[in-house]
Design a protein around this ligand. Structure first.
Ligand SMILES: [Zn+2]
Length: 444
């Protein structure tokens, strides 16, 4: 069918307008605004976050090798309290959350004595319709004064920002999301409080290995790590933006995840800027998303815009310097990102492309593997130098589409759209090292 010639520019332009960056504003990538998610975000209160973090700090130290027997001091008391808080949240939503310890042992390679430590992550599962597909939302509850002595397990290590702030956010998220969505989403959500982060990401490595062993497909692994400082040592202040760190690997999809969170922020909390940084982490630093990325899973770290290096890993990382209004903004962004992803179908596992002969090679036939629960699919297009997608094409309910783009010159992502409008992450077509569909049979 041929369209009247004067309509064509308009039809081409409409999807571009829907997805483009206008006047420097970030793209919402056509994501819907789900009223239930927006309402749940309001339940995350600075007062609750402060209550949780102040209790964590009151355990004195949460060093991974600190006392485990005292009821009031050390990492044992801290993990038992975290477990009890999550169990209370589970009871309040009629058992919607499954709370457990994820335990194991690991050698602390960073210590000359190479001691073996017991690792106790605390996990609250919000089971979804599909229990084999998991969105991980984590933070580490252990603390240290590593800037003076990484193996000092006795002295006070308050860790109010690192990472009491992230731990408070994840515990509050588990409570609020359980309360608001007691029957869960399409995917399962794991709220995880890791131990052993300061000894080399030991707890998150253990959890990532366990999920792989159990055959779980991890949609994305988020970590909140230092999300409460708003004043830098030079006096600069920023409580209106947050950094998200992710490797822009086309095959794994880290950059796709960063663009998704960027869009979620623009859709649900537009006055709080998401600053995507397309690298694994800050220079020379690490976080609990890393063990997942190393296993081929999209991982992303949320961190405050401005760090204060006079307090990190020191006895001065105190509660007074955590801004809980700011932590609440980050937690609301977390909630929207986790809920939107978990509510969506999976993304296509594999893609393929073929140059279209009829167009003289100027169009491409794009194919992808079908996704359970997908009502339809969309193709997203960006120039290779664009930070995010600028064109969204409705590809209908089939698993192939003739795209009027020169695929040599752009990146194209395919995503699934659920019946209720939630969008999956994108799988990049023709990503080097990415999964490919088998070649199509020649058309007859
Ligand atoms: Zn940390």
């Amino acid at each position: 069918m041929r369209l009247p010639i004067r309509l064509i520019p308009l039809l081409v332009l409409l999807p571009a307008i829907a997805g483009a960056q206008l006047g420097g504003r970030p793209s919402t990538l056509g994501l819907i605004r789900d009223a239930r998610i927006a309402e749940a975000m309001r339940d995350l209160s600075p007062a609750e976050l402060r209550r949780i973090d102040s209790t964590l700090v009151a355990f004195g130290t949460r060093h991974t090798m600190s006392d485990t027997l005292s009821p009031t001091r050390g990492i044992g008391a801290a993990r038992r309290w975290i477990h009890a808080e999550l169990a209370a949240a589970a009871a309040a939503c009629a058992g919607c959350l499954r709370v457990e310890y994820d335990t194991g042992r690991a050698v602390v390679g960073r210590s000359p004595a190479r001691p073996t430590v017991a690792l106790w992550n605390v996990v609250a599962w919000l089971p979804g319709r599909d229990t084999s597909r998991v969105v991980v939302m984590g933070a580490h509850y252990d603390s240290c004064i590593c800037s003076t002595d990484g193996m000092d397990a006795v002295s006070d290590a308050p860790g109010a920002d690192d990472d009491g702030s992230g731990t408070a956010a994840v515990m509050a998220l588990a409570r609020v999301m359980g309360q608001r969505f007691p029957t869960g989403f399409d995917a399962t959500v794991a709220f995880v409080l890791y131990t052993g982060e300061e000894q080399g990401l030991l707890g998150s490595t253990q959890f990532a290995e366990r999920l792989a062993r159990e055959g779980k497909r991890v949609v994305a692994a988020f970590t909140d790590d230092i999300i409460g400082n708003v004043v830098a040592d030079d006096g600069r202040r920023d409580d209106r933006s947050v950094r998200v760190f992710a490797v822009d690997s086309l095959a794994i999809g880290g950059g796709e995840l960063a663009r998704y969170v960027w869009a979620v922020g623009a859709r649900y909390q537009p006055r709080f800027e998401v600053l995507p940084v397309l690298r694994l982490d800050r220079l020379g630093r690490g976080g609990d998303h890393r063990p997942f990325v190393e296993r081929g899973i999209p991982g992303l770290r949320f961190s405050e815009r401005l760090e204060n290096y006079k307090r990190q890993h020191l006895p001065t990382d105190s509660l007074a310097d955590v801004d809980f209004d700011y932590v609440a903004r980050v937690a609301r962004l977390n909630l929207a990102a986790v809920a939107a992803l978990a509510a969506a179908p999976d993304r296509p596992a594999q893609t393929a492309y073929a140059r279209d002969r009829a167009s003289g090679g100027q169009a491409f036939q794009i194919r992808w593997s079908p996704v359970a629960g997908a009502a339809r699919y969309e193709l997203l297009v960006r120039r290779t130098t664009d930070p995010t997608y600028t064109r969204i094409v409705d590809a209908g309910s089939d698993t192939s589409y003739l795209l009027d783009e020169q695929l040599d010159d752009v990146w194209v992502g395919v995503r699934a759209v659920g019946a209720d409008g939630h969008r999956s992450l994108t799988t990049v077509v023709g990503a080097p090292g990415g999964p490919r569909l088998a070649p199509a049979a020649r058309p007859r």
